[in-house]
Design a binder for this molecule. Sequence first.
Ligand SMILES: NC(=O)c1ccc[n+]([C@@H]2O[C@H](COP(=O)([O-])OP(=O)(O)OC[C@H]3O[C@@H](n4cnc5c(N)ncnc54)[C@H](O)[C@@H]3O)[C@@H](O)[C@H]2O)c1
Length: 248
Amino acid sequence: MSRFQGQNAIVTGAGSGIGRAIALRLAVEGAQVVVNDLNAEAAKCTVGSIKALGYTGSAAPGDVSDPEDMNAIFDQCEREFGTCHILVNNAGIAQQTPFKDLNVDDWDKMINVHLRGCFLGCRRALETMVDHRSGSIINIASQLGQIGGVELSHYAAAKAGIIGLTKSLAREVSQHGVRVNAVAPGPINTELVMKLSEDWRREKAGELPLGTFGEPEDVAATVAFLASDDARLYVGQTLGPNSGDVML
Ligand SMILES: NC(=O)c1ccc[n+]([C@@H]2O[C@H](COP(=O)([O-])OP(=O)(O)OC[C@H]3O[C@@H](n4cnc5c(N)ncnc54)[C@H](O)[C@@H]3O)[C@@H](O)[C@H]2O)c1
């Protein structure tokens, strides 16, 4: 498959988990992929895996919540490959805290990495996508942004914000040929979910109609679909690879 031949993609937080799987999937399908992560070594490792498979990637370390870092990621893409056709705002963190113990720093960090990071990525991508009248932006939300989560109010609020941002932006820029969509995964086996308590993971698995957590590759397949022309009618949607946790 080479659905993304001749296209350039940026995937944030692609040093591990879901982002890494997305970067690999887009590369294997022909995209030249800029791999961002806060962890520079992890980003390089993903690029190493892409190159080992015979595809093209470049590591762009940086913090998605920092406007200068975000600009540098796009500048690197433009310098090495050309303008960005596909942006996947995936970088994220998890922290489980009862609401009464949540402090302002924890709240701000959660909102900054997820929502501010998405905002900065979308803003920079649209600078060129609107001029070229094409492009696809995929924001990684979470099913917790749809149903909430105990001791995860800041995470759920950030993810609900991403869904609202996605819909508003989709209404605003579709007329310019840019599609903006979101993916709201259910629990996926990554390091992030391992940071949540064992009790949470056991209870969550019990609630799922499928009974099992997903794998990063399941989310990558959804993202690749949304990024492709197969999804040309998908605008402002939130797709849910979630083992049946949320049925809309
Ligand atoms: N794993 C799940 O169950 C699940 C479910 C729903 C949504 N998600 C979302 O999927 C995305 C990926 O999560 P994951 O499970 O692969 O987690 P992960 O911890 O495996 O990967 C997240 C990556 O983001 C990077 N990162 C963190 N802060 C960053 C920053 N400020 N700038 C750049 N990179 C940064 C980390 O270094 C890490 O490599 C996140 O947005 C997460 O909220 C995950």
